[in-house]
Design a protein around this ligand. Structure first.
Ligand code: NAP
Length: 299
C-alpha cells in the first residue's frame, strides 16, 4: 500500500481546476493547500483570520507563481444560510473540483463531558458536522453535474476508538467517518471520490505536540495521505496510526493515548478533577442517606 503512486489528479481535472480547503491557514489544511497547488490546482483558502490567510496566500504565490488563489475569511462555526450564501457567491465563477473539509474544532483541554461548556460542545458540532454537511451538499451537487470531483473529509482516530475526556469531539469525528463512507458508496458510481482521512495525533497547533513516531509532522502525514489516496473509503495514512488501529482500538490506542496525554500532564489534570468530583458526589450521597435515615428513622 505504501508504494502506491499518487493519483494523477492534474490529468483527471485538466486546467483551471480549483481546490477549496477549509481551515487552510494552519496545520494540516495549510499542508493540503501547498500540496494541491504543487499538483497544479488553483487554491481557495478558507478560515477565520484574514491576515493568516493572506500570509499563506503569499507563500503559495511565491512558490507557485502560475497558481491562482482566493481567500475567504469566514467563521465556519456559523453554518447559517448567510455563511453558505457568502461562500457560494465568492466561488460561483470557479470550478471547484476538489473540496477539502479539513476544518475542525476541539476542546482546548481534556475535560469530563459534564465539565465541558455547552457553548464549546455546540461549536464542535457546528464546525465538525454541520459545516461538513452543508459544504459537501453545496459542492457535490455541482460536481455531480460534471460527473467528476473529489471530497476529502478530515476525521480523527479518536472517533474510531472512543476517547474519554474528548467525548463530544470524538463523537463528531465518528460522524465524519461514517458520513464519508456513506457518500463514498452513494457517489463513487457517479465519478466522485469521497475520501475519509483519519489521523491520530499530528504535530500541529491543535495537538500541540512535537513530531515523533506516533505524532507525524504535517509533511509526512501529507506524503502518506497522497500515496494512499483512493485505496480505501477511509484511509489511516500514517504507519504508526495504522498500528494503533490494528492492535485493538480499545486497548493499545487507549494506552498510547493515555501515555501521550500523561506525558503532557493533561490526563493527570482530568483524572484529578474526576476524582474530586467523585468524592463530592459520594459526600452528597452520604448526606442524602443520612437525611433519609433521619426522616424515616432507619439505621
Ligand atoms: N492535529 C491532530 O493531532 C489531529 C488529529 C486528528 C484529527 N485532526 C483533524 O485534522 C483537521 C485539521 O487539524 P489541525 O491540527 O491541522 O488544526 P490546526 O493546526 O489547529 O488548524 C486549524 C485551522 O482551522 C482554522 N479554523 C479553526 N476554527 C475555525 C472556524 N471556526 N472557522 C473557520 N476556520 C477555523 C484555523 O484558522 P483560524 O484560527 O484563523 O480560523 C486553522 O487554519 C481537523 O479537522 C482536526 O479535527 C487533527
Amino acid at each position: 500500500m505504501y508504494i502506491r503512486p499518487s493519483p494523477n489528479l492534474r490529468k483527471r481535472f485538466g486546467p483551471d481546476s480549483w481546490c477549496l480547503i477549509t481551515g487552510a491557514s494552519d496545520g494540516i489544511g495549510k499542508e493540503f493547500s501547498f500540496r494541491f497547488a504543487s499538483l497544479g490546482f488553483n487554491i481557495i483558502l478558507v478560515s477565520r483570520t484574514l491576515s493568516k490567510l493572506e500570509k499563506v496566500e503569499n507563500e503559495i504565490k511565491e512558490k507557485y507563481p502560475n497558481i491562482k488563489t482566493k481567500v475567504i475569511a469566514q467563521d465556519l462555526s456559523d453554518y447559517s444560510t448567510k455563511m453558505t450564501d457568502k461562500i457560494e457567491e465568492e466561488t460561483k465563477d470557479l470550478r471547484v473540483d476538489v473540496l477539502i473539509n479539513n476544518v475542525g474544532a476541539c476542546s482546548r483541554k481534556l475535560t469530563l463531558y459534564i465539565d465541558t461548556k455547552l457553548r464549546e460542545d455546540k461549536l464542535m458540532m457546528n464546525v465538525n458536522m454541520r459545516t461538513l454537511v452543508v459544504l459537501s451538499k453545496l459542492y457535490l451537487k455541482k460536481m455531480l453535474k460534471r460527473k467528476n470531483g473529489i471530497v476529502i473529509n478530515l476525521s480523527s482516530g479518536s472517533g474510531k476508538s472512543g476517547t474519554p475526556y474528548l467525548a463530544t469531539y470524538s463523537s463528531t469525528k465518528a460522524f465524519c467517518m461514517l458520513f464519508s463512507n456513506n457518500l463514498n458508496l452513494e457517489y463513487k458510481e457517479h465519478g466522485i471520490t469521497v475520501q475519509g482521512v483519519t489521523p491520530f495525533y499530528v504535530s500541529t497547533r491543535m495537538s500541540n505536540m512535537k513530531p515523533s513516531f506516533f505524532v507525524p509532522s504535517t509533511k509526512s502525514f501529507m506524503n502518506a495521505t497522497m500515496k494512499q489516496f483512493g485505496s480505501e473509503r477511509n484511509i489511516w495514512p500514517n504507519l504508526s496510526h495504522k498500528l494503533i488501529k490494528f492492535f485493538g482500538t480499545m486497548h493499545i490506542s487507549y494506552a498510547v493515548e493515555r501515555s501521550l496525554l500523561t506525558s503532557k500532564g493533561l490526563l493527570k489534570n482530568a483524572d484529578e478533577r474526576r476524582q474530586k468530583r467523585a468524592k463530592k458526589l459520594q459526600q452528597e450521597h452520604w448526606r442524602l442517606e443520612r437525611g433519609l435515615s433521619d426522616i424515616f428513622q432507619i439505621d
